[in-house]
Design a protein around this ligand. Sequence first.
Ligand SMILES: Cc1ncc(C[n+]2csc(CCOP(=O)(O)OP(=O)(O)O)c2C)c(N)n1
Ligand code: SF4
Ligand code: SF4
Length: 586
Amino acid sequence: MTGNEAIARGAWEAGVQFASAYPGTPSTEILENMSKYDEVFSEWAPNEKVALEAAIGASFAGGRAMASMKHVGLNVAADPLFTLSYVGVTGGLMVISADDPGLHSSQDEQDNRYYAKAAKIPMLEPSDSQECKDFVKAAFEISEKYDAPVLMRMTTRVCHSKSIVEMGDRVEVPFIPYEKKMKYDPIPAVSKILHRHVEERMTALEKFSNETELNRVEYHDKKIGIVTAGVSYQYAREVFGDNASYLKLGFTHPLPMDKIRAFAKEVETLYVIEELDPFMEEQIKAAGIECVGKEKLPLMYELNPDIVRKELLNEESETIEINPEEIAKRPPTLCAGCPHRGFLYQLSKEKRAIAVSDIGCYALSGMDPLNCKDIAICMGGGFSVAHGAQLMFDKAQTGKKCFGMMGDSTFFHSGMTSLLDAIYNNSNVVLTVMDNRITGMTGHQENPGTGYNIKGEPANATDIEAVVKALGCKHVKVVNPLKLDEVKEAIEWGINVEGPAVIITRWPCVLKKLSAEDKAEFGNYKATNVVDHEKCIGCKRCIKTGCPALAYDKKTKKVSIDKGQCVACDVCAQVCPKGAIGREEK
Ligand SMILES: Cc1ncc(C[n+]2csc(CCOP(=O)(O)OP(=O)(O)O)c2C)c(N)n1
Ligand code: SF4
Ligand code: SF4
């Protein structure tokens, strides 16, 4: 099982009743796997804050509950998390943060272990899939015993690596009957008392941390002792084998300082091996225990056995030489036939435009050949950042026009309030909702606009155009992004509108498994295009659309289309000055 599958399995076995999430790599498959278990209410939420809040409700009503998210998602959910730490739980509650050291698919590599410290809640860090499953069960017990939400901190390697897992049966945990309690209403006078409980809980949790087998000592050679957790334990084990002793931590907040001190006394040199920040090292040093960590190991990116070996043993692993010139550069790109391409292509031609992107597939447009996106910061920021920038551009009389760009999923996530900011403050921006009828970048999760839930059952579908109008936007246009003339006209229209204008591009993601409603509205992709080499003059204008199905042959000076990828979206055909691109005749 992958770590994510094991988390879902462990939660099912632990009698979880409710699981909510917003997708985000590397956490997405946790809920996708959870949804296969009929006993559990599994739901996609519009965003991580909502997911956690729904889980809090389920916990207060007496069921075991969980919310999972990627690391940046916990920033969104941080508000309820901190107060939840004071209020505590009824049914056990687990919050899963899947961090992404190495930024495989994220905009930053923040170290979310600090959330456990800042919110004063217990934290677990599994090292493999078996631990993922076992730690989930432990998490619910700890949560209920100590009246606290538990943070399960995962990383990409733990989420996605596979290892053997021993399965168990589901244990139905009876609902804890709801009783009205003072703690559920954390007004200041109540929270003052609750804060005292939090501090007392921390003392009790530290005692637990020192006693639990989740933090275990493995004595071998005692010249080197290693304190480690999560996937770093695997790397340390691979490099040092039995030539070192280990204090393998599974429960990493609060740290078992007595156990660490006792372990440190037994070994000659103490290393702390952890990815990203010196979370454990700083605390160990602050407790007066000598250790070596970030003096040698990097503060950035993922660790791996080679790095650990090189930095701590000064041994290089054998490598083969590769000539970088021989490796084709393959930056992430929009798929062939991506519905975002038409809009991005046209916007890239508009010299007055500053493209303020959100986080989604359209954010892949920053590099050549599209070279459209100028700015991006976080989910939901596409519209509000555009608004702030527009104010400055207008005041400085630059003549620039900000175009916010965000997808349907992002619009529901936090884009609606971002749009409201622009409407309320009568911004001069053009805001584009790039509605491809699915949450594309994370692998096609349903969202509140698609009309289906995580189990593929029909759900209420929210109409983006109606929402935009209901929020008070007076200028709204819906266009087919594959029709370049329509898009060009809409861009020009947006530039000339006084006040906020919204363009909605509506066409399904080319990889989407179309629903019956999609087929009725958009038809189905059935054709491919070809280039007539008699007509092609090798001007490469079509190549500027960035479609990976197009290839230019330097020898023949002609463009060809890869039939395996092309879906005949016709974007390239519309930019060809010679009409050389058309349907393949069958
Ligand atoms: C706060 C936060 N949560 C989740 C993610 C992960 N994420 C990146 S892109 C994306 C989906 C974007 O979907 P949509 O806006 O519909 O655009 P599409 O990819 O379909 O074009 C998600 C969920 C993130 N980057 N930040
Ligand atoms: S997954 Fe869909 S939205 Fe994303 S680049 Fe591919 S076609 Fe475009
Ligand atoms: S028609 Fe052109 S742009 Fe569209 S998928 Fe085919 S090659 Fe790509």
